[in-house]
Ligand binder design. Structure first.
Ligand code: SF4
Length: 82
């Protein structure tokens, strides 16, 4: 799971991350590969909102976070500025 890449004591919410149980490969696919499986797992994750908030707050550029792809997060960032 890509949450492994974050090391901070204030991120206890990550202990509930479903992707921690599945491995990170789905969440950082090769360019052009499907993110469907990652998004499906995110859809079942109890901390999806916190994960997306973390990714948006910390400008996480790569991978699927909180059920959104890189492009979807970029689009969300652009629309939230309006
Ligand atoms: S929402 Fe998705 S990326 Fe975020 S912690 Fe849950 S499974 Fe992992």
């Amino acid at each position: 799971m890509h949450i492994d890449t974050i090391a901070s004591p204030d991120l206890a919410w990550q202990e509930e991350a479903l992707c921690a149980q599945t491995g990170g490969d789905f969440f950082f696919p090769e360019p052009g590969s499907s993110v469907r499986e990652a998004k499906r797992i995110c859809g079942l994750c109890p901390i999806r909102a916190a994960c997306l908030d973390y990714a948006m707050t910390n400008d996480m550029r790569f991978g699927v976070w909180g059920g959104l792809s890189e492009k979807e997060r970029l689009d969300l960032r652009r629309t939230s500025r309006c």
